[in-house]
Design a protein around this ligand. Sequence first.
Ligand code: NAP
Length: 304
Amino acid sequence: MMGKTSQEIVMAHPFEQIDFFQGYWRTESWGMDAQALLAFTKQHMELGIYAVDHAWIYGARDSSCEALFGDAMALDPSIRQQLHIVSKCGIVPPSGNCDIAYYDSSREEILRSVEESLTRLKTDYIDTLLLHRPDLLLNPAEVAEVFEQLHAQGKVRYFGVSNYAPHEFDLLQQYVDQPLITNQVEINLGNMYALEDGTLAQAQTLQRRPMAWSCLMGGRLFNPESEQDHRIVAALHQVKEEVGANNIEQVAMSWVQAHPARPIPIIGSGKIERVRDAVESKNIKLSREQWYRLWGASKGHGVA
Ligand code: NAP
């Protein structure tokens, strides 16, 4: 059965009060034991970050990021209800006799992945589940059924997607009754496709706030490689001086937040002082001229 079209669904966005997510993709590399990870989580909660981003695929199988986080939460289960946990499914890594990774958004894979995420996170529900990547073999009717099942069972509250093009988002939304609440996409000065292919325009049309990954270009801002990287870093330094920011990463974060689609940055650092800096970036207001100067540094030219 067909669900509502995306245009028909108007909703109060469950992310309305969320300014930032803390990303846990790199948890393994932080080298924290459960106690230290719990302390880190509580520190970012004190900074106002109650939303966390995970995925089944993050980390190695025997040290999955979700499992590390679940072990930390188990030391103080009272924090669970204060958190909004996002997890993702649908990427299958190489294993056994299969030497390639592939995408799988079948009923069996979604259910398997969710059950395993719940076990690892030591929780009985995921706040928001995203399909991690567009699956070329996606059967939207099947996905709609499995989302309905997970919602009815109380295992997942909200659903969304990640790295979807607008037409892929529309296709799935045609079948899923619940609104897909977000499209989690890369947004940074080195990668502007979401600003150009209609992704952010769609988010505005539907009033679904996007989640923004790798706002600091995955750390490349601190180790610029290409000519474009160097132009971006130079322009960030100039604007940093103009607005009195602590550092260029605050300017890069404020550039993302300035877009009218109101993207929510996912902070990638495991260092609490860097998380604090990122949170303070919401107070930096760039002028249009500064925003476009940074845009132009990325493009290598001004507007037409
Ligand atoms: P990012 O903020 O662009 O990059 C974070 C990296 O930059 C970390 O390695 C961090 O190291 C480093 N860094 C930050 N400040 C620094 C500084 N001042 N000097 C040197 N290095 C610095 O974000 P990201 O980690 O790539 O992505 C953020 C989150 O987005 C991930 O955790 C994940 O949840 C999500 N994500 C989603 C997708 C998707 O396909 N949906 C893809 C990628 C990421 P330190 O920890 O040492 O600070």
